[in-house]
Write a protein that binds this ligand. Structure first.
Ligand code: LFR
Length: 471
């Protein structure tokens, strides 16, 4: 029975979990352990509590019990540096820290924005690993490990860089999927810190003896789509190629899946990214600020009840105020309602006057963000889209799903909420010979998980007008 059980460690920006999947009869998930995650501010710097996360992961694996293999995924771009003995140098910095201010502009001047995009195919976000490395001290660094690879190293003693997540560093050649060494050298970064690449499905290694003793059992760790978005997209329950996806959690990652990259000037101007997906696919998408906007509002309203707020937001007047969710002012933690109010004023709109009004504004603004990204992905790639799959925690938000369908003028199929975990375990199951290819993985999700379909209202005019206020 152990041979059909797999553990997924999935670290999100607001919580982490160890999930147990059983493929004995369909695809059943149970949560072995869930724990909070978030930025820790020390003086002027924002960090992750990576050791605390590791402790919770061990507790979760102990609770999960024996499995056939373990896979680890997390958010992208962030990393730890190791010295030559394998000790961690300093504490990983959170991607919402502002240490890279001005660095993307410097790199664009030095390398040329066109040449950079032609090499890495990546959207410019201030936290891309290459910018962070340039803002970091690399003197004693022997190895750079992205977060899931760091956890894998602590569990097994083996180093490496899983390719879907490596594609978010900005240092991977978008065409060959190997490290872009000429670019690395041009940036003055030490190529030796980049570990050998591994693919989803590759073995990482067996658990260290001390780790196995601590959790009470042993199993190999297997590379999965270790970028959470790569795992989520792998588990989108689509039947054919004519779909767009919105992987909606702290971020909304909205786009299409393609067989190869789009590197046109128009694509660069729209800041679209070509991140590596499972099996050589390209995740052609753009980051939309996502439910972070709502999470940060809730943090500003202690005691507020999300369910009640969503019900009240549904009764608020439509399009009273909308903001461009991707304004850089929304990126750092802090008083979100105040920043939304300032954005409304700056764009000549009256700010919301109640929490429910803010929630309405956030959800309509996100739906406009989804629509803009989905439409641009279609135009820039030439891909036909008949349906938008909305996966991740946001798929539980009925108002957001309905707004997204209405704004896009396309049906939305919502679910599964745990797409990332499904993608993680299905890549492990495939390595164990239990499923064959991406199509079969998706069919298994579609056939076993409850999904909900939202038809568009057909009234696009109101959304066109609201979107025109922003772009
Ligand atoms: C989503 C995600 C996005 C990435 C952002 C920062 O969880 O992985 O894909 O752009 O977090 O790492």
């Amino acid at each position: 029975r152990t041979s059909r059980r797999f553990a997924a460690v999935d670290l999100g920006a607001s919580s982490g979990r160890v999930m147990l999947a059983d493929l004995s009869d369909g695809l059943a998930l149970t949560e072995a352990h869930r724990f909070p995650n978030g930025p820790v501010r020390v003086a002027d710097r924002l960090y992750w509590d990576v050791l605390g996360l590791y402790r919770e992961i061990l507790a979760g694996l102990r609770a999960a019990g024996p499995v056939s293999s373990i896979g680890v995924d997390s958010w992208a771009v962030d990393y730890a540096l190791l010295d030559a003995s394998g000790n961690m140098l300093g504490n990983p910095v959170h991607y919402r820290d502002d240490r890279t201010r001005g660095v993307p502009e410097q790199v664009a001047r030095a390398v040329g924005a066109e040449a950079l995009y032609d090499a890495n195919g990546l959207q410019v976000l201030p936290f891309n690993t290459l910018y962070q490395l340039l803002a970091d001290r690399l003197d004693d660094a022997a190895t750079m490990l992205l977060i899931p690879d760091l956890i894998g190293y602590w569990l097994t003693g083996e180093t490496g860089a899983e390719v879907t997540n490596a594609s978010t560093t900005g240092l991977l050649d978008v065409r060959t999927r190997s490290w872009a060494l000429p670019l690395v050298k041009q940036l003055g970064l030490p190529p030796g810190i980049l570990p050998p690449l591994r693919d989803p499905g590759d073995a990482v290694g067996g658990l260290r003896r001390d780790v196995a003793a601590e959790i009470g059992w042993s199993a190999p760790v297997r590379a999965v789509g270790s970028h959470d978005t790569a795992s989520a997209v792998a588990a989108v329950p689509a039947a054919g190629p004519a779909f767009a996806y919105v992987s909606c959690g702290t971020w909304s990652l909205a786009g299409v899946e393609l067989p190869g990259p789009v590197l046109t000037p128009e694509s660069r101007a729209a800041n679209f990214t070509n991140e590596a997906g499972i099996d050589g696919t390209v995740r052609y998408l753009r980051n939309v600020m996502g439910l972070w906007l709502l999470q940060e509002c809730l943090r500003a309203w202690p005691g507020a009840d999300l369910g009640e707020l969503l019900a009240a937001a549904a009764q608020e007047p439509a399009f009273a105020a909308v903001v461009n969710p991707d304004e850089p002012v929304f990126l750092p933690p802090g008083d979100m309602p105040a920043r939304i109010a300032a954005e409304c004023r700056r764009t000549g709109q009256r700010p919301p006057s109640s929490p429910a009004g803010y929630v309405r504004c956030v959800l309509e603004s996100l739906a406009i963000g989804h629509r803009t990204a989905v439409r641009q992905a279609m135009e820039l790639s030439g891909r036909d889209v008949e349906v938008v799959h909305l996966v991740g925690g946001g798929s539980r938000n009925e108002l957001l799903c309905r707004f997204t369908a209405d704004a896009c003028g396309l049906p939305v199929v919502a679910g599964p909420a745990e797409a990332t975990t499904f993608g993680n375990v299905l890549v492990q199951a495939r390595a164990a010979g239990l499923v064959s290819d991406l199509g079969e993985m998706r069919a298994l999700v579609a056939g076993t998980q409850p999904l909900r379909r939202y038809e568009p209202s057909g009234d696009l005019r109101a959304w066109d007008e609201a979107a025109a206020r922003l772009f």
